[in-house]
Design a binder for this molecule. Structure first.
Ligand SMILES: [Zn+2]
Length: 323
């Protein structure tokens, strides 16, 4: 046996286990396609002082919109930043309990580990907004771009109904796979039919309330997301529900186009509506951070990333020299 084989096996085992034990399925987080599109479209609502900068760096904003998903399994406590299981907080009347708007209040009221195990996306959005304001204040181009891209990601996740409940992949109701169907398959198949118009950036007076409102709206949509698909499952013959399709060179078993289309029709524009809201929300949040930082001139930003690197390498050289 090759010496490397046991190592390889261990590596694969770790990957498999991490997939099994982590809350959300790996590729099903608003899909890379969705995240990229909404980050891109959010740029068009910005005022001209911001628009030119974001447009110039559009490729970066798009490409890095998926960074938080890429590090989900590598960084501790990253996974809960993408969702919140509101049904965990239902009261006696089976309605979600009114949640604390701010993280500081949340950790006073609930145990931090428990909060983390049921997801923290609304608080994560607030944290990223703060970080973006800081990035604008420090006029750091690299940080502004990275944080904008990531803030867009978490806002996107907060607008997806299945990111707000524990039955996130229909696993409790015999609908396993619905997560990817709603947020990847449907937008990929129907994106060209959607009509997006830029929504002019607005200053958000109360960001915490705004993101919580978005999360509750997502949560109210969970019922139709699940019940419509359940209905279809029982009316469309099993053989017509799934099909084999090629993704690159890999053959995958996925929902058939016909089945997806029927589901999309039943949802009556829901995916498009949630995407539109997410896009506008991202525009408003980027704009709000910029206003709160005193509207820095984005045409005169210093690219500090190369400077930081230069300083580090210089210090290293000095150290090496000293040794
Ligand atoms: Zn995500």
């Amino acid at each position: 046996m090759n010496k490397k084989q046991p190592l390889l096996f261990l590596f694969l085992l770790i990957i498999l286990l991490s997939f099994k034990t982590t809350h959300h399925p790996p590729s099903h987080t608003l899909g890379f396609f969705g995240h990229k599109k909404i980050n891109e479209l959010a740029i068009y609502g910005l005022p001209k002082e911001m628009f030119f900068f974001y447009k110039e760096n559009m490729d970066y904003i798009i490409e890095h919109s998926v960074d938080p998903d890429k590090r989900r399994y590598a960084v501790k406590n990253e996974a809960p930043c993408h969702y919140i299981d509101l049904d965990h907080y239902y009261n006696d009347e089976n309605k979600p309990y009114t949640m604390p708007l701010y993280w500081q209040d949340a950790i006073c009221q609930f145990d931090e580990d428990s909060l983390l195990s049921h997801g923290i996306v609304p608080w994560q959005v607030q944290k990223k907004l703060h970080q973006l304001t800081e990035a604008f204040l420090s006029r750091n181009k690299q940080r502004i771009l990275q944080t904008s891209a990531e803030l867009g990601h978490y806002i996107g996740d907060a607008h997806v109904p299945l990111h707000t409940c524990s039955n996130y992949n229909g696993q409790k109701t015999g609908q396993r796979g619905i997560h990817g169907l709603w947020e990847s398959r449907l937008p990929e198949l129907h994106f060209d039919e959607y009509r997006f118009y830029p929504q002019k950036a607005q200053y958000i007076e109360h960001p915490a309330q705004t993101i919580w409102k978005a999360v509750y709206e997502s949560h109210w949509a969970v019922d139709s997301v699940l019940s419509f698909e359940k209905k279809l499952q029982s009316t469309i013959p099993h053989s017509q529900q799934k099909t084999f399709e090629y993704r690159g060179n890999t053959e995958t078993n996925t929902y058939s186009q016909w089945y997806s289309q029927q589901y999309h029709q039943l949802l009556n524009g829901q995916v498009e509506r949630r995407m539109k809201k997410a896009i506008a929300c991202i525009t408003h949040f980027w704009y709000t951070a910029w206003i709160n930082a005193g509207q820095p001139n984005l045409q005169q930003l210093e690219d500090k990333s190369w400077r930081e690197k230069l300083t580090i390498s210089k210090t290293q050289k000095v150290r090496e020299h000293d040794q």
